[in-house]
Each structure stands twice: as C-alpha cells, then as structure tokens.
Design a protein around this ligand. Structure first.
Ligand SMILES: [Zn+2]
Length: 369
C-alpha cells in the first residue's frame, strides 16, 4: 500500500523535523516518493503548506494563460521581462510546494528540498526586480544609477538569498536560534527593498505631487501582505501561545504562505494595470535584449542550482560523518559492555582461570581492589 500510515507525534520523529510549538501530525520517514505525493490527499501538518502554494501556482498559471492571449509574451521583446517574471513565480511555487510535500522522506531530502525552496525564493525576487524595473517605473527614474544596476544587483541578491538561507539551514540545529531567522529574513528583505524601490519612489512622488495611479492600490496592498507574511514567518504566532492547537490548521507558516499568495495576487493585479497604461513609457526605453532578460534568468537558475548542489554535497558528507560517528560510538559501547561482562565474569570468586590454577582471577582481583 502506497498511502502513508497514521501521522506521528513530535516525540516519535527526529529533532530535525520538529516545528516550533507543533506537537502532532508529522508524516513518518523513509517511505517511497509516491507515498509523499499521495499525502496531498491525507491529513498531516504539512498539508495546508503544500496546498496554499499549489493554489498560488494555479492562480499564476490562470493569469499567465489570460495574458498569453492579450500580450505577445514570446515574440515581443518588451514582453520578455513579463514572461521571465511569470516563470520565476511558477518556479517558486513548484519548488516550495514540492519542498513541503517531500521534505519528510529523509534527512538529506529534507535539507535538499528546502535548498530548492530558497533557490525559488531568490529567483522570485529576481523576477520581481525585472517586472518592477521594466513596468512600474516613473519616467524620471529612467537612466538613474539604480535603474542601470537593477538587473545585475537583482541577480546577485537572488543568489545571495539562496546562499544565506542555505547557510541558515545547515549551520544551525533544532531548536533553531533566532539568529537563523536573521540570516533568512535579512537576505530576503534586501532583495525585497531592491525590487520595491521604483514603486516606493513613485509613492514618494505621489506624496509630494499628488500624482495618483490606480495601480498604487494594489502595490500598497502587496507591500502590506508581504510585511504581514514576514510577521507570521518570524513570530510563530499563533501556535506560540497555544502549542498543539494549530498543528494541522492555522499555524504561522500556513498564514505566511497565504500572505505570500496574496502578495503575488496583488502584484499581478498591479502589473496588469501598469501593462495596460504604460505603453508610452516602456517604448521610450531601449528594447530588452535576449541577454538582459532570458540570459540573466538562465544565469541565476544555473548559479542557484550550483549553490543547491554544493550545499547538498556538504550536507550529504556531514550526515555520513555523523552516521559513522554514531556507529563508532555504538560499537565502542558494545565493546565496553562486552568487556565489562568479561571482567565481571573473570572477577567471580568461583571462576578458575583457563589453566585451572586460578592465578588469573587472583591477579585481576588484586588490580580491581
Ligand atoms: Zn514554506
């Protein structure tokens, strides 16, 4: 039977798989891949983490298919940044739902799955940089230093997100210290500040000039959802106050996923308004090239894949070393017990030595006493 058996409690699984303040609903380890895939239809504490991102993936695909008929996503160079942005969203949600779906299979799979998740987060940041710096610009921002550096800086930060989050995952052991969250949140916050900068600039202009744009409503909501997501991600609220109550439904990581779903939803709504009203501004800009759109996307994908591969290898070695160390300790323990037993036996007053004269026994007794 491929379906996973009943879920386990916190005490029944290795500490690596523990979640703060989550007490039950853990899937067992070491079942076939298909069993974890089929767990999409079973109750456990990762179920809603998977589905919240699968629904986000479906939402992005539906939007993309609608835009496919409206915009020439493949042949019009001015639409290439849009295609790249959509692809990074798809990669993020595939990686993240896959990570939550399969992470319980083994320790190595757990680490590797989340490294893919981090690679996807970095890519989404890069894709959003491309979207915002192409379609959400104010005319006066064009040609500025940050405009010129937008894509290279976005690409570097995307790789840094993957590196910093992977360090945070492999450097610390559960229960994780808050420093680990700082590694994750500071790298993600850096790329977010970079990608949101052109929008902040326009809102800042609005404050001074009163130049309102209908897309602002969605941009502001997007920022609010993202901030709320960061709050749930970092706070472990509500399960922190009611351990065990929100194990299956309502724990902070699920709420964080819902916030990220809404962030993407509002981002796409804003983009649509921008795309339908921007044609004059964007056509004043130099046409995107294959290199500064698809080329950089491929470069970031390759770099993040290398980061994931290197961390995967290092974790594999670390786990292998730990296993060898444990085996050695077990062996030493076993030898120690055998030695103790042998000594106890040899110390027995009734025992004669092998040659029958009892010298061995007397000598050992002398040493012990
Ligand atoms: Zn997640």
């Amino acid at each position: 039977m491929l379906l996973l058996p009943a879920t386990l409690s916190r005490e029944e699984i290795p500490i690596l798989f523990h979640e703060p303040h989550v007490m039950k609903g853990f899937r067992p380890l070491h079942y076939p891949w298909m069993s974890y895939f089929l767990s999409l239809f079973q109750w456990h504490n990762e179920l809603l983490n998977i589905w919240t991102h699968l629904l986000a993936l479906i939402m992005v695909l539906v939007r993309a298919s609608m835009w496919w008929t409206e915009f020439d996503l493949l042949r019009d160079p001015y639409m290439w940044p849009l295609s790249v942005g959509i692809i990074t969203m798809i990669i993020l949600y595939v990686c993240s739902s896959g990570a939550h779906c399969f992470q319980n299979r083994s320790e190595l799979v757990h680490y590797t799955c989340f490294m893919f998740d981090y690679a996807g987060i970095g890519l989404y940041g890069f894709g959003s940089t491309m979207l915002h710096y192409w379609y959400c610009l104010h005319e006066s921002f064009m040609g500025s230093l940050s405009h010129q550096l937008a894509i290279p800086v976005g690409a570097i930060l995307a790789v840094l997100v993957c590196i910093c989050c992977s360090i945070s995952k492999t450097k610390y052991k559960r229960p994780y210290p808050f420093t680990r969250r700082i590694w994750q949140m500071s790298s993600v916050a850096s790329i977010y500040i970079w990608l949101i900068f052109p929008i902040w600039y326009r809102i800042w202009l609005y404050v001074h000039t009163g130049e309102w744009d209908p897309s602002f409503k969605h941009h502001i909501r997007q920022m609010c959802w993202f901030t709320l997501g960061g709050f749930f991600f970092g706070s472990d609220i509500p399960q922190r106050f009611f351990p065990g109550t929100f194990d299956i439904i309502g724990h902070s990581h699920q709420l964080f996923h819902i916030c990220i779903f809404m962030t993407t939803y509002e981002q796409l709504s804003a983009l649509y308004l921008e795309l339908t009203g921007i044609s004059v501004i964007i056509h004043n800009m130099e046409s995107p090239t294959l290199f500064n759109t698809w080329g950089v996307l491929i470069l970031v994908v390759v770099c993040n894949s290398i980061v994931v591969y290197l961390f995967h290898i290092s974790v594999e070695r670390k786990l292998e070393d730990e296993r060898k160390k444990e085996d050695k300790e077990e062996e030493d323990k076993g030898e120690g017990v055998l030695k103790e037993k042998a000594e106890l036996k040899s110390n027995s007053p009734n025992r004669k030595s092998a040659n029958g004269d009892g010298c061995d026994v007397h000598h050992r007794n002398g040493v012990i006493h």
